[in-house]
Ligand binder design. Structure first.
Ligand code: AQP
Length: 334
């Protein structure tokens, strides 16, 4: 059966971009007849500094978010990356397959390392090789992600091709990025040219999954827009990034197309549309955040789910790593 793999970093609050671009799609894939594996990528998170206590809390909270959004630990394998050591082990092999020049071209590296690349962690540079390992250690073929991860998935494919070519095997599959929906790139509420992100200094720039109804309404009310009203078709949103972003969010939450939404709300002013969007966002997100905090009350259940998930995962990853070592020429234990 084809396998689906994806992950989210426990590097802070889960936000609406993560939800619409990734998590909501994870739930869709779970409903199909596929094996689905979803990961809290804590090893990725520490490529930039994480306070240990915050990391633990964020990892459990992310797992609570996964479950609250509709992932079923019986149907999907839910794991914490560091509990499945084959991810990091395969990543080392891929560090030796990938080329420095490939990594240097990654826009996420350039954005996150900033001007002072010499001071960035080696892990941040090698991030995409670990991501390739996350996926390929399951021989996963489908990877639902937001638009920003497209380049990393192309690199995953390059690593698989080079490994297969160098060792003369047909072992790692070529993975398909699955970038779907009306909100594959949710933008900051304060600046339509930046993506909504956990690490944006301004909390007003994003809607956190744990925000209460008042906070959500206030952030949407204050969201940047232009003075014009809503157009009646998608064409009218060109060159209007903030307006387009709010309409995309609305469409994704409604599970309608942008054109369907504009057929309804075209002609309205933002003063009228924003309260509609706030109401919809609260309606969709409040049950998730309520369930998240219930699950967080006692994290033993979450810890148990992750332990069980990693056992199921290792039944897949251990044989694939063993075969990889064999291909590479490592002497196995007797
Ligand atoms: N703004 C976004 N719109 C749509 N999808 C998004 N994703 C992230 N931001 C948006 C998708 O969420 C998944 C998990 O992301 P991640 O946690 O691995 O990493 P990230 O991209 O680093 O998330 P942030 O919020 O932007 O964190 P920082 O601020 O640390 O960089 C991925 O599928 C991603 O595409």
């Amino acid at each position: 059966t084809p396998r689906v793999f994806s992950g989210i970093q426990p590097s802070g609050n889960l936000h609406l971009g993560n939800y619409l671009g990734a998590l909501k799609r994870f739930v869709d894939w779970q409903a199909k007849d596929m094996e689905t594996i979803y990961c809290m990528v804590d090893l990725h998170a520490i490529t930039v500094w994480q306070d240990p206590k915050d990391l633990q809390k964020s990892t459990r909270e992310l797992c609570a978010g996964f479950i609250a959004a509709g992932l079923d630990p019986e149907k999907s394998i839910l794991i914490n990356q560091s509990q499945v050591p084959e991810h990091a082990q395969l990543a080392w092999i891929f560090n030796c397959v990938a080329r420095m020049g490939w990594m240097q071209r990654m826009t996420q590296w350039k954005d996150k390392a900033g001007k002072n690349q010499q001071n960035a962690s080696l892990g941040l540079f090698a991030y995409p090789a670990l991501m390739a390992a996350d996926i390929l250690v399951y021989h996963a073929t489908h990877v639902p992600v937001g638009e920003d991860q497209k380049q990393h998935l192309e690199l995953t494919r390059d690593i698989a091709i080079k490994f297969n070519h160098d060792y003369g095997v047909d072992f790692f599959p070529e993975t398909q990025p699955v970038i779907e929906g009306a909100a594959t790139r949710v933008m900051s509420l304060r600046d339509g040219s930046k993506k909504m992100s956990k690490s944006d200094a301004s909390d007003a720039s994003r809607i956190n999954m744990t925000d209460d109804a008042d906070t959500i309404a206030k952030k949407i009310r204050k969201a940047k827009t232009d003075p014009d009203g809503l157009p009646s078709e998608a064409k009218g949103l060109e060159e209007r990034p903030e307006a387009r972003n709010l309409v995309n969010i609305y469409a994704a939450l409604m599970e309608h197309s942008v054109d369907q939404v504009l057929a309804d709300v075209g002609g309205k002013q933002f003063s009228e549309f924003k309260p509609m969007l706030a109401e919809l966002a609260v309606e969709k997100l409040a049950p998730i955040s309520t369930e998240m905090s219930r699950l967080m009350d006692d994290h033993t259940e979450i810890d148990r789910i992750l332990t069980r998930g990693s056992q199921r995962a290792r039944a897949i990853t251990a044989p694939i790593l063993r075969q990889t070592y064999d291909i590479v020429g490592m002497v196995p234990p007797v």
